[in-house]
Write a protein that binds this ligand. Structure first.
Ligand code: 1CP
Length: 342
């Protein structure tokens, strides 16, 4: 039987239980996953649909979550746009030839998903036949992708990125346009192949002041969500440290807004209004707390989150690789036994 609780909560419909999934739920915390990673790199997993299907399904089978998220990375389409990257162990994506000059932008190709990433779409088609829960497709957000492309890797202060944004707004906009085009066609291709929802990970956009977000990013997000809305699937928008941006996030056209643990859900609800669902916001570091403390915090999130229709339990950011798989399993069971009173 197909479990549609996650989709119903995204649409703010009534559900019998609160759906739960975890960002970065692919099993870095799991020995079976680590065994696969010994044989294949991250990119190689994505290039082998049979392996990619197995890895995507693992958390559904092992944890009992209500949604699967495609195993991939936000940088995969960037490589396919002609900007090569490598994933460095314990660092993240690294680009040797970052975008710094106008001519660097001209090297980026138009992204045609079926031609560039046929194996990703094949993986989604296989998953569609196989899964008993909805599949979430995803893309990076334009600011977050731009930050890797301009900095050349992870950054603390996004100096090159912010400098380009304010001193070369023309170049910044060209990059935003190229990325929004990629995000729209890639999201569309993922849904056509079988994804039931899309999440945009704009993980690092919370580094911007609200006025800068409004001026340099919001129009691009409105263009993206405006186009993706035609697909008629839930559109989730998430970033870290975005408390002060939440009211503006409600103007992007996203139908679900992800919240991290720094903002209480009642405050988040006031900021986003009643026309969107909320997703979050358990602090992933608190998965290392004693079981009773984990349950106390989960209970608080559940009672705050369910005050209005449309709540999906998640972490406030990704699962840490050293998390105990049993703790994740127990947390899923705890969320599922919570009964909605509203
Ligand atoms: O090779 C490896 O195993 C390295 C670890 C790894 C993995 C498993 C990376 C490198 N990416 C991924 C897969 C990945 N990335 C998924 C698949 C599903 C899952 O793990 O459940 C997803 C959803 C992502 C998304 C992603 N990649 C984000 C957004 C979410 C977030 O964590 O904020 C970001 C920012 C990236 C970039 C990235 N890729 C990898 C790392 C370590 C990072 C972050 C680097 C940084 O801190 O800047």
């Amino acid at each position: 039987m197909f479990n549609d609780t996650f989709l119903r909560a995204c649409q703010r419909d009534q559900t019998n239980s609160v759906p739960v999934w975890f960002m970065r739920q692919a099993g870095r915390y799991d020995a079976d996953y680590r065994a696969i990673r010994k044989k294949y790199s991250l990119v190689e997993i994505c290039e082998h649909p049979d392996v990619c299907v197995e890895v995507t399904k693992m958390p559904v089978d092992k944890l009992g979550v209500d949604a699967a998220i495609l195993f991939s990375d936000i940088m995969i389409p960037i490589g396919a746009m002609g900007l090569p990257f490598v994933i460095k162990e314990n660092v993240g994506p690294v680009i040797d030839t970052p975008i710094r000059h106008e001519s660097d932008l001209h090297h980026l190709h138009t992204f045609v998903p079926e031609a560039a990433l046929p194996h990703v779409l094949e993986t989604i088609r296989l998953l569609k036949q196989d899964l008993s829960v909805p599949l979430i497709g995803f893309m990076g957000g334009p600011f977050t992708l731009a930050s890797y492309m301009i900095e050349g890797g992870p950054s603390r202060d996004y100096l090159h990125t912010k400098t380009m944004m304010v001193s070369r707004p023309d170049m910044w906009q060209q990059l935003m346009d190229k990325l929004s085009e990629m995000i729209i066609v890639y999201g569309t291709a993922q849904v056509k192949a079988g994804a039931s929802a899309l999440q945009i990970f704009d993980s690092w956009v919370g580094s911007l002041a609200p006025s800068d977000y409004h001026q340099y990013v919001l129009p691009t997000m409105q263009r993206i969500f405006g186009a993706l809305k035609e697909l008629d699937v839930p559109l989730i928008y998430f970033g870290v440290n975005t408390g002060e941006l939440l009211s503006t996030f409600a103007e992007t056209g996203a139908s679900v807004i992800g919240v991290d643990w720094r903002v209480p859900l009642t405050v988040a609800r006031q900021r986003v209004g009643d026309n969107v669902a909320l997703q979050g916001n358990f602090d992933p570091a608190m998965l290392f707390a004693p079981q009773s403390e984990i349950e106390r915090r989960a209970q608080a999130i559940l009672s705050e989150g369910t005050k209005a229709p449309g709540f999906i339990f998640n972490l406030g950011h990704g699962v840490k690789p050293s998390t105990d798989i049993a703790v994740l399993r127990e947390l899923v069971a705890y969320v599922h036994q919570f009964r909605l009173t509203c």
